[in-house]
Design a protein around this ligand. Structure first.
Ligand code: 7RM
Length: 658
């Protein structure tokens, strides 16, 4: 891709800081072979989709294998959507069985590498066998269509096997990121009333073993819905055992039949629940269903990553996040592609682990997060330079805005200047990518996710839902239902409506701020609610605050994000202590550990700042904006007229200068 002299100076709104004007056009060589080749072709698709989004998505859905055709493409009773109504399908058949009839039968479905360095490859046929066997194991444990299964696993092929086995029999999976604590696991199991838990003895991370079964044992003590715990032997770590409840993966699999007829499931049958942070302390169980989810995930994987049969696709996300669901497992497998899975830390045993893997596995499409790119950038150009990265032809980014500097480093040092970059905007709630370039058709601007995909109607609006002029900041919304949208918050349709469709009545509000430039390109400005984005992972300030105040020494706390060069944001906690408790570095460490235990290591505050009071409005609301400014070390600039006690503010600032 070559930079073009593009855009003239856009009239920019004051709070829009990024000014990036370079334009990167897809090269002729890339374009020639791309699924969607050329700007004109994409424009034509957009036009067609805009005329009838339903017809556009129906055409995409027909790429899947259906057991029974649908009667209605869309039933939209705002805010509830049903897609491909009356249709029946099986997601595991679409990801596995339908590739067994032709040459893909013996193609690698999953190439896996463990952190210690071992590798394994499962062909489509082998993966199909494993999935059928595990589906039979689940059935044998009394798991039925409509039940929930919790999956708390390392990044191993068995995690994908467990997910697909659930899909085969119609049990909804709830994958809980293995970095979450036992308490967080317990709450998620209980919210979903999971009947079974699938886990491992432990996992490898940065050279040491993390004991997963131990965390499950502690959680399941308080989970009356759980009847069985299936344990994969991964590390050989010693585990304690509850007879009648626990069983080994390898023993159960050895006894299970390799044939399992797929269930014919309604298009709107639940596929999975995935918990994500919102603006309150309680995580939301985002519910996705079968037909619509798979349609959009399959299409976006094919178009955005331009997947071909000879590709090795590596999405570095953990299956515990939505990116791992959609672009490690379902999207690539629905396309009959080869997906690479890696178990461990990106810098283990050295900062070139990823690049050594790209070279050894001849990865051609690579998809990761800006936080990782910034980390690699900081570690130096010499690490990627050691390896032959010539197999790469396309790069992707997801999870947070990518700053132009990181974009350019990625483009030059990883992509060798020849690979397009797709900056993909989407959310747990959207299920699949919504705003992104198509690499053979869209000119990229570093830092912009570019334009909504055909069939997606996104916009930037003001509080009343009116589109804002180019260059102005506003709310990022989606105006029409899309197939892979969340269907509800599990067990709480009121919260679903209130959370996503009440800000601007009847229209989906993403929680993000954005602006569009004069070419219509979207520039995501970040969350406008109380959600932090640390290394591309969503954390709720409320959730961390609740964890802090559950510690006996803490009276009150306010959590804010401050800008962090590598992680996007860093968690800063302001804490007031109960009478008789004195601040100390030891207590700060104890509080950090406490948050780690309550939520998980990713939520541990980077800074804990003890203070005598928090700045509040007269109505008692903590003025987070002031705290954010203090945490960012900028001094307080904005309006403080509603502040109740100005003394608190001067103290906080004085403490800052110490
Ligand atoms: C896929 C995922 C969603 C939030 C979202 C944004 C931010 C994600 C981008 C981005 C700018 C991007 N799901 N976000 N992708 N911001 N550019 N390309 O991350 O549910 O965990 O997070 O992440 O704020 O609302 S998520």
């Amino acid at each position: 891709m070559t930079p073009q002299n593009g855009e003239k100076d856009p009239k920019e709104h004051i709070d829009v800081l990024l000014k990036e004007r370079r334009l990167y056009k897809p090269s002729a060589a890339f374009q020639k072979k791309a699924h969607i080749a050329g700007h004109a072709r994409l424009q034509a698709l957009r036009k067609k989709a805009a005329r009838s989004p339903e017809r556009f998505w129906a055409e995409a859905a027909r790429e899947l294998r259906w057991i029974k055709p649908w009667k209605r493409t869309l039933d939209w009773k705002p805010p509830f959507a049903r897609w491909f109504v009356g249709g029946k399908l099986n997601v595991s058949v679409n990801c596995l069985d339908r590739h067994l009839d032709g040459p893909r039968r013996n193609k690698a479905a999953i190439i896996w590498e463990g952190e210690p360095g071992e590798t394994r490859t499962l062909t489509y046929q082998q993966l199909h066998g494993e999935v059928c066997r595990f589906a039979n194991v689940l059935k044998g444990l009394g798991v039925r269509s409509g039940d929930r299964v919790a999956i708390y696993m390392p990044m191993v092929p068995e995690a994908a096997v467990a997910m697909l086995a659930c899909a085969r029999i119609g049990a909804a999976h709830s994958v809980i990121f293995a970095g979450f604590s036992s308490d967080a696991l317990r709450d998620r199991i209980n919210d979903a009333q999971a009947k079974a838990v699938v886990t491992a003895d432990g996992l490898y991370r940065r050279g040491s073993v993390l004991k997963l079964k131990e965390a499950v044992d502690a959680a399941v003590e308080s989970c009356p819905s759980v009847r069985s715990v299936v344990v994969l032997r991964r590390t050989g770590t010693e585990v304690s055992w509850r007879q009648g409840r626990d069983l080994w993966w390898h023993e159960a699999m050895a006894a299970a039949a390799a044939q399992c007829p797929p269930a014919a499931l309604d298009s709107e049958h639940p596929l999975f629940i995935l918990y994500t942070s919102g603006s309150t302390g309680k995580p939301k169980g985002v519910l996705h269903t079968m037909g619509g989810y798979l349609t959009q995930v399959a299409l976006t994987t094919k178009w955005i990553f331009d997947l071909k049969d000879e590709d090795v696709f590596w999405c570095t996300a953990d299956v515990g996040w939505v990116t791992g669901h959609s672009y490690v497992v379902y999207g690539p497998l629905a396309n009959g592609a080869t997906t690479l899975m890696y178990e461990g830390g990106p810098l283990h045993p050295a900062p070139d682990r990823f690049w050594s893997m790209v070279a050894r596995h001849r990865v051609s499409v690579f998809y990761t997060a800006p936080t990782a790119i910034r980390t690699f950038m900081r570690l130096g150009d010499e690490w990627p330079a050691k390896h032959d990265l010539s197999s790469l032809r396309l790069l992707g980014s997801v999870g947070e805005p990518i700053n132009p500097e990181a974009w350019l480093w990625y483009h030059d040092n990883i992509g060798g200047g020849r690979c397009p970059i797709v900056d993909t905007w989407w959310q747990t709630e959207t299920g699949a990518v919504m705003i992104s370039p198509l690499p053979g058709a869209t000119s990229a601007k570093p830092g912009s996710a570019t334009l909504p995909l055909p069939g997606i109607e996104a916009d930037v609006v003001d509080r009343q839902g009116r589109p804002v002029p180019p260059g102005h900041g506003g709310y990022l919304v989606v105006k029409k239902p899309w197939p892979s949208m969340l269907r509800t918050i599990y067990g709480d349709p009121k919260r679903y409506e209130q959370q996503y469709f009440s800000q601007i009545p009847g229209i989906y509000f993403t929680g993000d701020g954005a602006r569009r430039d004069k070419d219509g390109y979207f520039w995501i400005l970040g969350r406008i609610d109380d959600v932090l984005n640390v290394s591309g992972h969503r954390l709720s300030t409320m959730e961390i605050e609740s964890a802090l105040v559950s510690h006996p020494a803490v009276a009150e706390s306010a959590v804010v994000g401050r800008p962090d060069e590598i992680h996007g944001q860093a968690v800063t906690a302001f804490v007031t202590l109960k009478g008789g408790r004195a601040p100390s570095p030891a207590l700060a460490e104890e509080l950090r550990e406490h948050v780690g235990k309550t939520i998980g290591a990713i939520a541990k505050p980077k800074d804990i700042r003890f203070t005598e009071g928090l700045p509040k409005t007269r109505s008692g609301k903590i003025m987070r904006r002031l705290l954010r400014e203090i945490a960012a070390g900028q001094g307080v600039k904005g309006d403080v007229t509603t502040l109740e006690d100005l003394g608190v503010l001067s103290k906080l600032q004085a403490e800052d200068e110490e």
